[in-house]
Design a protein around this ligand. Structure first.
Ligand code: 13P
Length: 251
């Protein structure tokens, strides 16, 4: 049985004060959440706040990106060991915003996946097609290629140590959610792709959906058999909305 995971990706939002309020708001409301695992991924500069605020709670925290390097002259980058030092459990790799705005290739994302594991972090590995790619009917080709990049780097054993997040680019921050059927189809495709290498690993790996998941649509998405949780952007910035999605993941 795969434990659902609801992870909040705050992206580049908030201030020190709003981050403290949001962390405290989630902390205060979390007692109702029992079966789903919950995590928040704030901007890196707020991670020490998460570390202090969430230490004695069941809520995990993580980064939004990680360097492929272990240390050294890489201005602006943050090493996996630094996230681990602040007890981060997770780190997002391969988010479409990193792929699009920072030119991150499938190969680099696979290297980041491996670097995260070396630091003891669990990568939340994002995949997903653009609107153009969906309209061209090449969604499976694109997502398959993204998944294969990690498998080629470290085998299916490496991939199975992470969490996969299917985030159709056209649904991110647009208010346009993939229908539960559209999402389920791609999730099942990803699981089958992994199962071709290792059926047991495929049965265990968690595949999250991300892209305009909100309190109003979470339950029907999360009810699908291959949707094991959510990677939440906009709705993770309001404690009440985020907690409502966490509660939906319990059902
Ligand atoms: P939204 O929930 O704002 O669409 O963002 C999804 C996402 O990109 C999470 O990583």
């Amino acid at each position: 049985m795969r434990q659902p995971l609801v992870a909040g990706n705050w992206k580049m939002n908030g201030s020190r004060q709003s981050a403290i309020e949001l962390l405290n708001g989630i902390k205060a409301g979390i007692s109702e959440v029992t079966t789903a695992e919950v995590a928040v991924c704030p901007p890196s500069i707020f991670i020490p706040l998460a570390w202090r605020t969430l230490a004695d709670t069941p809520i995990a925290w993580g980064g939004q990106d990680v360097s492929v390097h272990e240390s050294g002259a890489y201005t602006g980058e943050i090493a996996g060991s630094m996230f681990a030092d602040y007890d981060c459990k997770y780190v997002i790799v391969g988010h479409s915003e990193r792929r699009t705005y920072h030119g991150e290739s499938d190969t680099l994302v696979a290297e980041k996946f491996e670097a995260a594991r070396k630091a003891g972090l669990i990568p939340i590995f994002c995949v997903g097609e653009t609107l153009e790619e969906r309209e061209q009917g090449i969604t499976e080709q694109v997502v398959g290629r993204q998944v294969d990049a990690v498998i080629s780097r470290g085998g299916v054993g490496l991939l199975a140590q992470g969490v996969v997040a299917y985030e159709p680019v056209w649904a991110i921050g647009t208010g346009r959610t993939a229908s539960p059927e559209q999402a389920q189809d791609v999730h099942a495709f990803i699981r089958a792709r992994i199962a071709a290498h290792d059926p047991e690993a495929a049965a265990e790996v968690r595949i999250l959906y991300g892209g305009s998941m909100k309190p109003g649509n979470a339950a029907e998405l999360l009810a699908k058999p291959d949707i094991d949780g959510g990677l939440i952007g906009g709705a993770s910035l309001k404690a009440a909305d985020f907690l409502a999605i966490c509660t939906a993941a319990n059902a």
